[in-house]
Design a protein around this ligand. Structure first.
Ligand code: ZN
Length: 357
């Protein structure tokens, strides 16, 4: 499709509640999302007499109905009905579209959640955050970084939206660690951890068979959101994200990649190169923007993250896109600060601004 990647099935994709066997014993299914990105890919792995599931979908009645239809079709035991067992539910990371139905599924299927420790903690913690603390912390953080306070206040007035998109995550988990190997259906799946998009995102790599379940860490066509959040204002998630690609160096370019969004593809190293370039271009845009934005072109301009958003995103952003854009912009600014190109400090008017060093 002109992007240097190979999509083995072309544009073919499973309809709601349908599955495609994308590789021997690996079934691809899609669940709806009520966003611009309108779907998530999930995976059913044949595992002896039963199945292992990777990721769960968002907390939606529609998704539950699709799951029930799939359990019927595959003869999977659920809700007291006899059938094939689900051997484990693996969740790549804490985001609602991935872990949203984990609590519902583990109860219904009488199975356990397998997840990295940080992702489980994030899911449990965010679920318990109060609306007031969430609203105040994020609104204050964005105002500190130059967004008009009334706009920042409105942007987060919904409070803790996370807990409305997920069923409570299971109270116990089976811990996944980088380098662990899970035997599923005769394949050995190694856990490769990526960071930056989520703190300890698990990917699954089967060298025998050449299949990588990449989650959101490596996506075709789009790049995952990389943002600084109020909970860790000094984080440098873009540095984390780009750095963690080293963990994927052993995955060959002809591996079949099963991403959480868009289509399965081959060309993982090509795609990693494209993603790195994408962020390099944006880092250069910011660097150039800081150099150009002083009146005499000599540098010295000081810009907040809100001031810098138009340097990074040249299109018009709506209210919701602005929220993501601020987080992404802060991630790029933190990267430039980390490499010593920019330095940030709190100005006397209470706004945090960055300037060239
Ligand atoms: Zn995600």
């Amino acid at each position: 499709m002109g992007d240097g990647l190979d999509y083995p099935l072309g544009e073919r994709r499973p309809a709601a509640a349908e599955t495609i066997e994308i590789a021997p014993g690996i079934h691809w299914l899609r669940m709806p999302l009520p966003f611009q990105l309108d779907h998530i890919n999930l995976w059913l792995l044949e595992d002896g007499e039963g199945y292992a599931i990777v990721d769960s979908g968002l907390l939606l009645d529609e998704t539950k109905a699709h799951w029930l239809a799939i359990f019927e079709r595959f003869g999977i035991a659920h809700g007291g009905r006899a059938g094939k067992p689900v051997t484990r539910l693996i969740v790549t990371h804490f985001h609602p579209d991935h872990i949203g139905l984990a609590g519902w599924l583990t109860d219904l299927l009488d199975t356990e959640l397998w997840i990295t420790r940080t992702e489980w903690l994030m899911a449990r913690m965010l679920y318990l955050d109060s609306d007031a603390v969430n609203h105040r912390s994020m609104a204050d953080f964005y105002a500190l970084h130059g967004l008009a306070p009334e706009l920042a206040d409105r942007m987060f007035s919904g409070g803790n939206t996370y807990r409305r998109r997920v069923a409570e995550a299971p109270f116990h988990h089976r811990r996944l660690c980088a380098g662990d190997v899970l035997e599923i259906g005769g394949r050995r799946w190694e856990i490769i951890v990526g960071t930056g998009h989520a703190p300890e995102h698990a990917c699954l790599w089967a060298a025998d068979g050449g299949v990588l379940i990449s989650g959101d860490q490596i996506l075709p066509k789009i790049t995952p959101n990389i943002s600084v959040w109020a909970s860790e204002p000094d984080a440098s998630p873009l540095e984390d994200y780009l750095g963690s690609f080293a963990n994927f160096a052993g995955v060959p370019d002809d591996a079949l990649v099963l991403p959480s969004h868009n289509l399965p593809f081959r060309g993982v190293q090509t795609r990693i190169g494209q993603i790195v370039d994408h962020h390099r271009v944006r880092l250069e845009r910011l660097t150039d923007g800081f150099a150009d934005s002083s009146p005499d072109g000599s540098g010295g301009a000081r810009l907040s993250a809100a001031d810098a958003v138009p340097l990074l995103f040249r299109r018009e952003l709506d209210f919701h896109q602005m929220g993501f854009a601020m987080g992404e912009c802060l991630a790029h600014l933190a990267y430039l600060e980390g490499e010593g190109t920019l330095a940030g400090r709190l100005d006397p008017d209470g706004i945090h601004r960055f300037g060239q060093t």
